[in-house]
Write a protein that binds this ligand. Structure first.
Ligand code: PLP
Length: 360
């Protein structure tokens, strides 16, 4: 197998893939595959229940929060958040830190009034804006933030404090389960699964119960209503059963590693190794502000596009793949999600050293 640095869908732990393979034809002694199992069966209900219980325990999610498994990706949450939370005559505030938060903001504007809390667009999103002086009007229904900017490689390390109990809604798609976060600092957390949780096709929404049913539900399409999904325990319609099964296996694997604290320790070590290699190099560089560097997505460059291409070829010849940077940023991007072992990053930094020697 290759070392896969994809930003998403990304590598899954080999142990998890092997387990799924071994159970593919006969899952949980049911005599059938998980993919053939009714979502109303006892076997599937058990899997759903286990996945929720594991996530609750790993992230320390209080009982006052619902855990939902939905479809439509994190992108559908860009619409569901304002549709469900933005109250009449109120506004929604957005911290703009990259392409994904811009997209979330654009969707909110289609639903109602949305304002910019702070933005680092002027800095080409190479940093998290200083929001210490930013304020929220009393009419704010929520403040939306993107905790990790997958494309630009930045991360929020300290979340804003809001006045008047205004809830923070956090897109945790690209760093869920990678580091400890205090769930109760957030009103809603959502994440597409395809980076740290499992395969694509399922989105996890963790929502404080009192934020459910805040808007006029009469015109809200049923499938976009958190209240419906919460009431039906994510079984209003056929959920993505295979993806939920995979999440359960991934969560079991996270437990076996020692939970989020151990995962964070591993992730910090991996990121440090790569950032040190970049900072010590005369060829490779990172344009992200040091204090705001992501632990998950590391964009870097050589001196020109030709050398970037040559490095990508060289890396691929060593089975180090999916390192091409996002088209809006260029260069390279190494995604170091939970499933990336330290040895994968060591292989990458070795390749960088070899390449630098060859090209100078
Ligand atoms: N938000 C962030 C931070 C992301 O990284 C992504 C995808 O990479 C999305 C949202 C969109 O997710 P989806 O493709 O599940 O809609």
């Amino acid at each position: 197998r290759v070392i896969n640095f994809s930003a998403g869908p990304s590598a899954l732990p080999l142990e998890v893939l092997k387990r799924a393979q071994s159970e593919l034809l006969n899952t949980h002694q049911s005599g059938m595959s998980i993919m053939e199992m009714s979502h109303r069966s006892k076997s599937f209900e058990r899997i759903l229940h286990e996945a929720k219980k594991r996530l609750r325990s790993l992230m320390n999610i209080p009982d006052s929060y619902k855990i939902l498994f939905l479809q439509g990706g994190a992108s559908l949450q860009f619409s569901m958040i304002p549709l469900n939370l933005l109250q009449k005559d109120n506004e929604a505030a957005y911290l703009i830190t990259g392409s994904w938060s811009k997209k979330a903001y654009a969707e909110a504007k289609k639903v109602g009034d949305a304002t910019i809390f702070a933005s680092s667009e002027d800095d080409a999103f190479r940093s998290i804006p200083d929001f210490a002086e930013s304020t929220l009007s009393k009419r704010t229904s929520y403040l939306h933030v993107t905790s990790n900017n997958t494309i630009e490689g930045t991360r929020i390390s300290v979340f804003p404090k809001t006045n008047n109990n205004i809830p923070i809604v956090t897109d945790l798609s690209s760093n869920i389960l990678s580091e400890k976060i205090n769930v109760t600092d957030h009103g809603v957390i959502y994440a597409g699964a395809q980076k740290n949780l499992g395969p694509s096709g399922v989105t996890v929404v963790i929502i404080r119960e009192d934020l459910i049913g805040k808007t006029e539900a009469t015109t809200l399409p049923t499938m976009l209503d958190y209240a419906i999904h919460a009431k039906a325990d994510s079984l209003y319609n056929t959920p993505p059963t295979f993806a939920i099964y995979m999440i359960n296996l991934v969560l079991e694997w996270v437990e076996s590693i020692g939970g989020i604290e151990d995962m964070e320790r591993r992730n910090r070590k991996k990121a440090q190794l790569l950032y040190d290699a970049i900072d010590c190099s005369k060829l490779f560089s990172s344009s992200v502000k040091k204090e705001n560097r992501s632990l998950m997505n590391v964009p870097f460059k050589t001196k020109n596009e030709e050398l970037d291409q040559a490095f990508l070829h060289f890396a691929a010849s060593q089975k180090l793949v999916e390192l091409k940077g996002h088209r809006s940023v260029g260069g390279m991007r190494a995604s170091l999600y939970n499933a990336m072992p330290l040895e994968g990053v060591e292989r990458l930094t070795d390749a960088m050293t070899q390449f630098e020697k060859r090209s100078t």
